[in-house]
Design a protein around this ligand. Sequence first.
Ligand SMILES: Cc1cc2nc3c(=O)[nH]c(=O)nc-3n(C[C@H](O)[C@H](O)[C@H](O)COP(=O)(O)OP(=O)(O)OC[C@H]3O[C@@H](n4cnc5c(N)ncnc54)[C@H](O)[C@@H]3O)c2cc1C
Length: 400
Amino acid sequence: MTKVAVIGAGPVGTSQALALLRAGFDVTLFEREPALPADPRAATIQPPTLAMLAELGSGARILARGLKAPVFQFRDRGSDEIIAEYDYGLLEGETPYPFALQCEQFKVALSNVETIEETAPGTVRLGTEVTGFTQDADGVTLKTIGPDGVETHRVAYLVGCDGGRSPTRKALGIAFEGFTYEERFLVLTTPHDFLGRGFRIRNYVLDPKQWCALFKVPHDGPPGLWRTVFPAAEGADTLSDDYIRTQIQGLEPDLTLYDIQHRNLYAVNQRVAASFHAGRVFLAGDSAHVNNPLGGLGMNSGIHDAINLAGKLAAARDRPGEAETLFAAYTTERRGIARNYVQAQTIQNKKRLEARTPEARAAAMDELRATAEDPARHRAWVMNASLIKGLRELDSATKG
Ligand SMILES: Cc1cc2nc3c(=O)[nH]c(=O)nc-3n(C[C@H](O)[C@H](O)[C@H](O)COP(=O)(O)OP(=O)(O)OC[C@H]3O[C@@H](n4cnc5c(N)ncnc54)[C@H](O)[C@@H]3O)c2cc1C
């Protein structure tokens, strides 16, 4: 059996390992942390990703751990007016999953690992860090350090799903092209329930300085928790009580500092790797592209990379003469989606939320309202936001 090593047991690495196992590879997944990382990051799973995870066999577990969120809302913070609501229910007939699923990325990774362990026990090596690799024409040799000490492994292919700071990408010397936003994002977690005032499970609130994304996550089961993502102004002490009080004041009449359980700050980048592979070593997920979290696309598009790459590696194993072409196609196809859909949409999503002048804000709100009110435009909008459109266009381009 052809051996493949995957680095990183995040949502992408675990999907990658599972997809490769399903394709008949001998897979080892290395994760440097002793347990699956559970920090509060991605929580929205888009319909095509649910279909892919169902095909891999972890979908039912993930569905059982998530909250269905067919509708999402745009609201104006100043007037508290609901500007528009968009309905993934319009995707009925296009996908078996006409909703987004709110499910923490940690549970996606966990569900994948549970499915991997049923399929091939011992594949996941926690607490084991990949410390370096070299490659030649026939394979890749990597070194790891973990509970069994220093080890050397020889595989046919290596996939770095090792996150935005990817040691794999750096070792390959691949440029990470793009920019870093000046402000960081402040993520607050609260048990305060927002459904009472007409919010939905997913919400985007427009404001020039205090815009926010507001969404519910299942946590340990009902009643769940809410996460809010605010801009963290440059130069301010953005984890301080004072800053947090200013951000939450007025969003909900009775939301206070005492309701905030966790506060986290994230640097936000918009970057895409210049190539998604070099020889026999590949990048997938955040190691290949990072973006702001507005729209819920980063983890999703990373999982789509993993599925695409598993298909290419299986085809290269079966038709070795085509390997170079297949690997180049992986970069072209997935880099194209990262640039043209994920980067474009997330940059646009942030601009819309923070529209600075009254004219720009009015234009953003008019556009949101007009699109939601026109059934054809509304449907086209959710096809795009759910990543279905991008995947279909890629599919027809590669078949055509
Ligand atoms: C606040 C916030 C909200 C977000 N919301 C969404 C959302 O709703 N929807 C969405 O699609 N995306 C969202 N994202 C983006 C999403 O979190 C990332 O795209 C996702 O985590 C990428 O997964 P990954 O598996 O590629 O990388 P990671 O989750 O970063 O996993 C990388 C793993 O590699 C391991 N690793 C690194 N180096 C080594 C090594 N040398 N050896 C062994 N292991 C190693 C790390 O320990 C880690 O476990 C959000 C991000 C943030 C910050």
